[in-house]
Design a binder for this molecule. Structure first.
Ligand SMILES: Cc1ncc(COP(=O)(O)O)c(C=O)c1O
Length: 402
C-alpha cells in the first residue's frame, strides 16, 4: 500500500494541479471514520463535503450498490427504467409544490440545468425576453462557465473570460440592491438558503421572505440551490422550506446518492414545459445504479428520522459550542448553524486551529480563511461531536497566549 507521502508525490506528476489537498489520504471508510494508509483513524465531520450523509460504507448502501450492479447499471436516457422513476417519485414527495424532476450528475450541472430551464421557460413558454440570472455576493454555484459566472466570488472566475452574458451579482441580504437589479429582462434569482462555501451564512429570514415576494411581484423565478443545504442537513429536508420559501426550482446533488455522483432539479409542471424533448439532456443522468442507490438513501433518511435528528443534534451541538466560545473569550466571533450545517467563525485566520484539529484526528473544513465548517454525516452521534468540542477547546487553549 502506498503511503500518504508517496501518493502525494505520484499525484504531482499525474494530475492537473487543481486541488490544494489536505495532507491526508484515505484507504478505507466505515461509518464516521476514515482510515489512512498509515493506519490512523480520523473522525470525519465533513462527509466528503456534505456527500456521505449516511457515513462511509453504510451496509445497506453497499448492499444496494452490489444488488443493482448485478441487475442493471446503465442504459442511457433513450430507454425507460423503473429505478429513475421511483427515485423521482421519492424526491418529489419531499417537496409538495414540486411536480417534475430532471436528473444529471453533479451540483454544477444541476444549477446549469436550472439556469437553462429558467431562460428557456421565459422565452419559449412565456414568450418573454427574460434571460438575466441574479445571484448574491459570497455565493457558490459551481465550476461550469455559467455557474462560475453566477457564483458571487471573483476567485473562481479569474482567467476564464470571456464569461457568459446575462448574470448579475448583488450584495448579500441587501433588498434595495436586489430590487434595483430586477428588471424586465430578469429570468430568475438564484440563491443558497445558507451560503456554504461562503462561510455558512444563512439568508436572514425576513430578507428571504421579501426576496421571494419580490420575485413573485416581478414574475421572476426563484431558484434555491440546495446542493449543500438539502437532504435534511439543516433539520428541514430542504432549507428553503425552513425559511418558508416556495421556490420554482430546487437544485440538489452532493448527498442525494450518499457518495455516488448525481444531481437533480425539482420544479413545477408549469416551468418544466421549458424543457421539451431534445432541449436538454445528459448521457449518465438518473442511471439505474445511482438512482437505486439514491432511493435507498432517501428511504433510510426517512426510516431513521435523520432530518429530525439533524435538528435535535444540531441544537445540542450549538449549545455545546456556545459554551466553548464562552470559556475562550476572544477566539470565536460567531457560531452560525442550522441542524448539522455548522460554521464557527474564528476571530483570526483559522489555519492553525484547523491543523490542531487534524492533529487530534478530527476532519473539518476551513472556508473563507476564518470559518471552521462542519458538515458531518447525518448518522453522527453525540460522542463524535462531544469529542470534537473537546478537541476544539484544546486547540483554542493552545493559542490562548499568542
Ligand atoms: C451550494 C453549492 N452549489 C453548487 C455546488 C457545485 O457542486 P459540484 O461540485 O457537485 O459541481 C456546490 C459544491 O460545493 C455547492 O456547495
Amino acid at each position: 500500500m502506498m503511503t500518504t507521502a508517496e501518493l502525494r508525490a505520484r499525484e504531482r506528476i499525474l494530475l492537473c494541479p487543481t486541488y490544494a489537498r489536505y495532507p491526508l489520504a484515505a484507504v478505507r471508510g466505515e461509518g464516521m471514520y476514515i482510515e489512512t494508509p498509515e493506519g490512523e483513524r480520523y473522525t470525519d465531520l465533513l462527509s466528503g463535503i456534505a456527500v456521505c450523509v449516511l457515513g462511509h460504507c453504510h451496509p445497506e448502501l453497499t448492499a444496494a450498490i452490489c444488488a443493482q450492479a448485478g441487475t442493471l447499471v446503465h442504459v442511457s436516457n433513450l430507454l425507460y427504467h423503473e429505478a429513475q422513476l421511483e427515485l423521482a417519485e421519492k424526491l418529489l414527495a419531499t417537496a409538495p409544490d414540486m411536480e417534475r424532476v430532471f436528473f444529471c450528475n453533479s451540483g454544477a450541472e444541476a444549477n446549469e440545468a436550472a439556469i437553462k430551464l429558467a431562460r428557456r421557460y421565459m422565452r419559449e413558454v412565456r414568450g418573454e425576453e427574460r434571460f438575466r440570472i441574479i445571484t448574491l455576493a459570497g455565493s457558490f454555484h459551481g465550476r461550469t462557465l455559467a455557474t462560475l459566472t453566477a457564483t458571487g466570488q471573483d476567485k473562481v472566475k479569474t482567467g476564464f473570460g470571456p464569461l457568459p452574458e446575462g448574470f448579475s451579482v448583488v450584495p448579500f441580504a441587501d433588498l434595495t440592491a436586489l430590487e434595483a437589479a430586477l428588471d424586465t429582462h430578469t429570468a430568475a434569482v438564484l440563491v443558497e438558503p445558507i451560503q456554504g462555501e461562503g462561510g455558512v451564512r444563512p439568508l436572514p429570514a425576513d430578507y428571504a421572505q421579501a426576496l421571494a415576494a419580490l420575485c413573485h411581484r416581478h414574475g421572476v423565478l426563484l431558484i434555491c440551490d440546495e446542493i449543500q443545504t438539502g437532504m435534511g442537513r439543516t433539520g428541514h429536508f430542504w432549507a428553503s422550506h425552513g425559511l418558508g420559501l416556495q421556490p420554482d426550482i430546487i437544485t440538489t446533488a452532493k448527498g442525494l446518492a450518499g457518495g455516488l455522483p448525481i444531481g437533480a432539479i425539482l420544479t413545477t409542471a408549469e416551468v418544466a414545459q421549458g424543457f421539451p424533448p431534445g432541449s436538454h439532456g445528459t448521457t449518465f443522468g438518473g442511471g439505474a445504479l445511482v438512482s437505486r442507490v439514491a432511493t435507498t438513501v432517501l428511504d433510510i433518511i426517512e426510516r431513521d428520522g435523520l432530518v429530525e435528528r439533524a435538528a435535535q443534534l444540531g441544537a445540542w451541538l450549538r449549545t455545546r459550542l456556545e459554551a466553548v466560545a464562552a470559556r475562550h473569550p476572544g477566539h470565536i466571533r460567531e457560531i452560525r448553524s442550522a441542524g448539522l450545517m455548522v460554521g464557527i467563525e474564528l476571530a483570526r485566520p483559522g489555519q492553525p486551529v484547523w491543523e490542531a484539529l487534524l492533529q487530534q484526528r478530527y476532519l473539518v473544513n476551513l472556508t473563507q480563511d476564518t470559518v471552521l465548517r462542519l458538515l458531518p454525516p447525518l448518522i453522527v452521534e453525540k460522542i463524535h461531536l462531544e469529542g470534537f468540542c473537546t478537541a476544539l477547546e484544546a486547540a483554542l487553549a493552545s493559542f490562548a497566549n499568542e
